[in-house]
Every structure is written in C-alpha cells, then in structure tokens.
Design a protein around this ligand. Structure first.
Ligand code: GLU
Length: 473
C-alpha cells in the first residue's frame, strides 16, 4: 500500500515556521517510504480564509522545496460531498437533527456547571419524537457510540485511549448548513486515500472524534502522528512575538532553504549526533516514528550556525538563486552570472547569511562605490597612504597580465619603495576598492575586480586623500 500523507493548512496567514516543519516532516517521511504528499487547503472558514494567505503558503512551500506531489486541493470545493455524508449518517441513524436553541444550550450548560459537571451537550434531541418543521433552524449532530473507547497507536505520542462517553455528540453541520472541521477532514482524508496523518499536537483532541466518524462510516482509519509544538526561547508557544516567523521572512534574513529545512528537522528528531544534513540525507534517514515527544525550542543562533555550514558546503551554483535575490534587494541587477559564479568560492567561508554574502560581493558589481564605511576610512585611509596608492595605480596600469602573480609583484615593489609593511598598503587599498575593511585576500580582490575598476577606484582613493590633505592644510 502506498503511503499517502497530507499537509492541510488553514489559509489564515502566511506559512509560519511551525507549519513549515509539519510540511517538511510529511515530505521527508513520504520520501523515505516511497509515499506521496498531498496539499489540502482547509478554506471552509470563508471569513478567515484569504487568497493572499493561500498564495503566501504556496510561495513559502515552494521556496522550501516542499511542493506537494498532488494538489493544492481546496476543501471548499468538496462541501457537497461533506453534506452528502452527513445525510448518509442521518439516514443510517448515526446522526440526528438537533433543534436546541442557544438559550436552551446555555441553560443546560449553566445547570451542569452548577452541579459540578463538565458542560457538554446532553443528547436531548437524540430521541426527539415530535420533530419541528424542517425549516426550523437546526444543526446535525453525530450520535457518538455509547460505552467502549477509542484507541490509537500514535506514531509519536504512543498509545492514546479516550472513553467514548467522555465525548459529546459532535456538530457535523452548522445551522447555516456548513460542514464543520471534523466532518470535512474525515471525508477529505478518506476520499484522498490518506493513510497517515501528520499534524500538530494541538489536534490530538480532534482525533478520537475523527476516528469515531471513520468507524461509523465503516472507512479505514488512517494512522496518526501528532508532532510536539514549537516553542520560543522563552518557553511560550511560538508566535509572532518571537520575531520573524513566516518562512519567507527567513529568506529575507538570508537563510538558505536547505539550512532552514536542516534546522527544522533537528527540532524533535536526531540521527546520532549529526547536526548538518543535506536534503538527500534527510530524505533517506528521517522517520516520523523517531520524533521525540518534548516541545522543541526555536533558537535563532543555531539556525545561523547551520546556515553558515550550508553556505560553506554548497556547490557555488546552488547559491546563485538566493544570492541574486539578495543582490536585487540591494539594487544590483543584471549581474554577469558567470562572473558571479566564479567569485562565490571566495566568500563562502566568510558569510553566515546570504545577506552578508550579497553585501560582501556587491563591490564587484557596482560601477562606483557609494562611499566608504566611515570607521574603515578613518582607520585606514591616512594621508601617508596617498603616495603608495598613487604609485600602485601607476604600476598596475602597465602590468602586462592581470594575474595574481603579477599583482603580487607590483605590491612587493611598492612596499619596498616606500619601506612599508603589507598592512599599510593592503588596508588602504581594500577600503578604496571595496569601501570596507574586510574582503578576500587583497590580490584575489584585485583580480576579481578587474583592472579597469581597480584603477579607477585607486584613483578615487587618491583623490579622496588629496581632498583630505587640503582640508587639513
Ligand atoms: N487545518 C488544520 C490547521 O491548519 C489542520 C487540520 C489537520 O491537519 O487535520 O491547523
């Protein structure tokens, strides 16, 4: 039997990090066991469901590399089927119409509370003999089984037992004729052939109700795996309060999808003491049955550390898409892709995020620098550097071949001529060429930048120092 699992977000906001983790676990478990993933958008709550949210969820999943094998399907497209099934349950006397008014229900609950009982529907419409006219407002309730219990072997939580008598007669269809969540989910899961439901622990209380429904309909009950929830560093449930929680805002912070997936897989799952996983490894090793039961804590520093590892280990071409994304955000477009690809290795060790990498490579792709980092200029661009810089520019201009060896020779000759150490020459050169005090090795920096830009930026550095000199005199 092919494993079929689904991710079923309600489109009320963007794809947050907890949802992405559920989608990832579904995906990995399905890949490991040759199964299929299905995306079902649970949009039956018309008021809260938004098209922008659907788009944001799809975009988030796509960026994470978690496109489903099937779908998206929309729960709202299946309402007729949900209602047919409610009708079928009515005919089979596994459901009944309940005409209780709000006042009646309030009074019932009030009384139960006063008697120290748990408030719940007492089933008074189950055997109502004189049914009011059809058009009287009513809901359809499930006639829950009496006695016995619901038991399931949760793949993460272990065995869970709930006595049927603890549950009340669940509403299947509201008085406005719309199906409720539990009815819709059971009908859809059955129709889509879902045999493993992976979802958050917050749904555990729905599961016995859903199993009762599957059984009443004589449908095969899927297996369940309820994942522990994600918590913020302060121990509270992860929320917007804990900073950026949409997966796409992690993109904007410069995280790679491979790193975010790696980080998320480790929240609740481990494989020995391995921390860094490629996508292939995750797909080969992950098993939802091995997920632990304790709540996972989200930790931004660890994510950054994993991201640095993924940047370092990536093939340069795997970084192109994200690097371009961040360059465009810096206003740098139309970059020569061959050139970009060739310089990436110089920056992999030096960048913990793709924002950092884009910022660091940007000096290579702008025509002129927009200015110098004030601290770096103050520290390294001294009047005493003016002559060595000017001399370096002159010698580089006539260098026959723009090679690392040639550049090095010119540097050595200028250092000899002015009797200065490497730092005294390299740092002013670096600030002139990159606008900052850090870059790859100085010869590599020149080589990557090319002769033309190197010369014009050195000349601009000299001009800057001349101006400074005049100001001081
Ligand atoms: N739509 C539900 C949610 O977003 C998930 C339902 C399910 O997985 O059964 O929380």
């Amino acid at each position: 039997m092919t494993l079929r699992t689904r991710f079923a977000p309600s489109p009320t906001g963007f794809l947050h990090i907890g949802g992405a983790r559920t989608a990832l676990f579904c995906h990995l478990h399905a890949r490991r066991y040759g199964g299929k993933t299905i995306l079902r958008v649970e949009d039956t709550d018309r008021e809260r469901s938004k098209q922008e949210a659907v788009d944001a969820i799809l975009a988030g999943m796509h960026w994470m590399g978690l496109d489903p094998d099937e779908g998206p399907f929309y729960q709202s497209d299946n309402v007729e089927k949900h209602l047919d099934i409610a009708e079928q349950l009515l005919v089979g006397e596994r459901a009944y119409r309940c005409y209780c008014t709000k006042e009646e229900l309030d009074e019932m609950r009030e009384k139960q509370r006063a008697e120290g009982l748990k408030p719940r529907y007492d089933g008074r419409c189950r055997h109502r003999t004189a049914a009011p006219a059809e058009e009287t407002p009513h809901v359809i309730r499930f006639l829950r089984p009496k006695g016995g219990e619901v038991v399931w072997q949760d793949k993460i939580q272990g065995e869970i037992r709930v006595r049927n008598d603890e549950l009340d007669d669940l509403i299947l269809v509201r008085s406005d004729g719309s199906p409720t969540y539990n009815l819709a989910v059971v009908v859809d899961d059955h129709q889509m052939g879902i045999n493993l439901v992976i979802r958050g622990e917050d749904h555990i209380s729905n599961t016995p109700r859903q199993i009762q429904l599957f059984e009443a309909l004589a449908w095969e009950v899927p297996e369940y795996a309820h994942m522990p929830l994600l918590h913020g560093a302060d121990g509270g449930k992860l929320s917007k309060r804990h900073g950026a929680v949409s997966v796409l805002s992690y993109r904007d912070e410069g995280f790679l999808p491979s790193a975010l997936n790696n980080y998320l897989v480790r929240l609740g799952w481990s494989h020995g003491d391995q921390e860094i996983f490629s996508r292939e490894e995750m797909e080969q090793l992950f098993d939802v049955c091995e997920v632990g039961r304790s709540a996972a804590i989200f930790n931004h520093e660890k994510l950054t550390w994993i991201n640095g590892n993924h940047i370092r280990d990536a093939e340069p071409k795997e970084l192109l898409e994200e690097l371009n994304y961040h360059l465009v955000k810096l206003g740098i477009e139309g970059v020569d892709q061959k050139k970009l690809l060739s310089v990436i290795p110089e920056f992999q060790e030096r960048s913990k995020t793709m924002v950092e990498m884009a910022t660091k490579v940007s000096f290579l792709f702008v025509d002129t620098l927009s200015g110098y980092d004030p601290a770096a200029a103050k520290k390294h661009l001294k009047i005493s550097s003016k002559k060595p810089l000017a001399q370096l520019a002159r010698r580089l201009e006539s260098l026959p071949e723009w090679s690392l060896e040639g550049i090095e020779k010119v540097f050595v000759s200028v250092m000899d001529q002015f009797d200065i150490k490497m730092g005294k020459l390299a740092q002013p050169v670096r600030v002139s060429l990159t606008g900052t005090g850090t870059s790859p090795g100085i010869y590599e920096t020149l080589q990557m930048l090319g002769r033309e830009k190197t010369l014009s930026r050195l000349q601009a550095g000299v001009a800057y120092l001349e101006e400074k000199e005049q100001e001081l005199s």
